[in-house]
Design a protein around this ligand. Structure first.
Ligand code: PLP
Length: 404
């Protein structure tokens, strides 16, 4: 009997070691990783350069606390500012903690403007984390159910709908910020329209709201730029980042620019582990490797290859509603719930994920080769086709896609 709290319906496999895009289980079976620890291990597993840096850092110093100066934190903050265009960085350990910092910044900003009950616009199907504030911001009743009372101070609108945001601007004087993922990961790999971010920036400027982007999943090069917003010319006020930044060593950041960059003062926020020497060494080396190995260009190329192949080979299938994504965030939306594909792929030695009930999600490491991508296609396409045939033969109802 397990003594671990029952928060995950785990697959019956345990991995012992990894190398690049491959993992080996305790029985010696090899798996191709098309999930990267849910968008974490962009450099794949056991990257030799990162391993060497981490070994050296562990031998020198792991943690001191934020009561003292941490030169590696300064160095990583400088690098993050260079690549993001932001102006200051708060370090923490996870995506939800990064978003908590963003939410607190928005509330401080609101109070500074004299708004007693500041509110943040959030999106349907959004995912921002599991703490009470980020769960409230998350647009999934399934995730929220049972944890009420949730927090006040959030207004929900449909994703990718500028008119809905404008309506809130007209009707709600308490709004101080918008928090949004440009590519909703957990919500089903939903990509916003090209003019959405520009429109949001305009509305935020007109109303003096903070534009806050959750790049926890889409950041660190995954969409082919350091951050998804860099595909447009728009500069946000707050950006959160986690997952891929430490390639598996826990680290999160909330970065801010303009008025938001100086809102926190000593005592307003903190994190015991946040930005410790080990995490910052991991972050610095991960960013250096992504740049020097040209992994963002690779993410674009391999992502386009995967989507083109999937469209070509599954496009005519009535059970496939859409193939979409950005860089190495790939979603294949089916007409019916398909969670069991995860286990079937595992049996074939392929690690994938299903999110929002009906969307097969691929988040491969950024180091993927064309051959590895081809292998994913060769394993996954017949699996999906066979699954859809069985669904049709069993006369299973084909419900519409459910919200996350
Ligand atoms: N924000 C986004 C967009 C995410 O995808 C996730 C996790 O999937 C989170 C926040 C929460 O991150 P964490 O699990 O590190 O708290």
């Amino acid at each position: 009997m397990s003594h671990v709290m029952n928060t995950y319906a785990r697959l019956p496999v345990a991995f012992e070691r990894g190398e690049g895009a491959w993992l080996w289980d305790t029985q010696g079976k090899r798996y191709l990783d098309a999930l990267a620890g849910v968008a974490v291990c962009g450099l794949g597993h056991a990257h030799p350069r990162l391993t060497a840096v981490l070994r050296e850092q562990v031998g020198k110093l792991i943690h001191t606390s934020n009561l003292y100066e941490i030169p590696l934190q300064e160095k990583l903050a400088k690098r993050l500012i260079e690549i993001s265009g932001m102006e200051s960085v708060f370090f923490c350990n996870s995506g939800c903690e990064a978003n908590e910092a963003a939410i607190k910044l928005a509330r401080l900003y609101g109070h500074k403007k004299g708004i007693e009950a500041p509110a943040i616009i959030v999106m349907e199907k959004a995912f921002h984390g599991r703490t009470i504030a980020t769960l409230t911001a998350t647009g999934s009743r399934k995730a929220q159910a049972g944890f009420e009372p949730l927090l006040a101070g959030f207004v929900r609108v449909p994703f990718d709908d500028l008119e809905a945001v404008r309506r809130v601007a007209t009707n709600n004087r308490n709004v101080v910020a918008v928090l949004v993922e440009l590519v909703q990961g957990e919500g089903g790999v939903n990509v916003c329209s090209p003019d959405y971010l520009t429109g949001l920036r305009e509305i935020c400027d007109q109303n003096q709201w903070l534009l806050m982007l959750d790049e926890v999943q889409s950041g660190t090069g995954r969409t082919g730029k350091w951050f998804a917003y860099q595909h447009s010319g728009v500069k946000p006020d707050v950006v959160t980042l986690a997952k891929g930044l430490g390639n598996g060593v826990p680290i999160g950041t909330c970065m801010a620019a303009g008025v938001a960059a100086t809102l926190f003062k000593p005592g307003s926020h903190g994190s015991t582990f946040g930005g410790n020497p080990l995490a910052c060494a991991a972050g610095l080396e991960t960013l250096a490797i992504i740049e020097e190995e040209d992994l963002m260009a690779n993410a674009v190329e391999i992502g386009e290859f995967l989507r083109a192949e999937l469209r070509q080979r599954l496009g005519g299938n009535p059970g496939v509603k859409d193939v979409r994504g950005a860089g190495l965030m790939v979603g294949i939306e089916l007409a019916s719930p398909c969670g069991e594909l995860v286990k079937r792929a595992l049996d074939l030695g392929l690690l994938i994920n299903v999110t929002a009930d009906t969307v097969v999600r691929l988040l491969p490491p950024l180091i993927y080769t064309r051959e590895e991508a081809q292998l994913v296609i060769d394993k996954l396409v017949p699996l999906i086709a066979e699954f859809l045939e069985q669904q049709a033969a069993s006369g299973a109802p084909q419900p519409a896609a459910q919200p996350a």
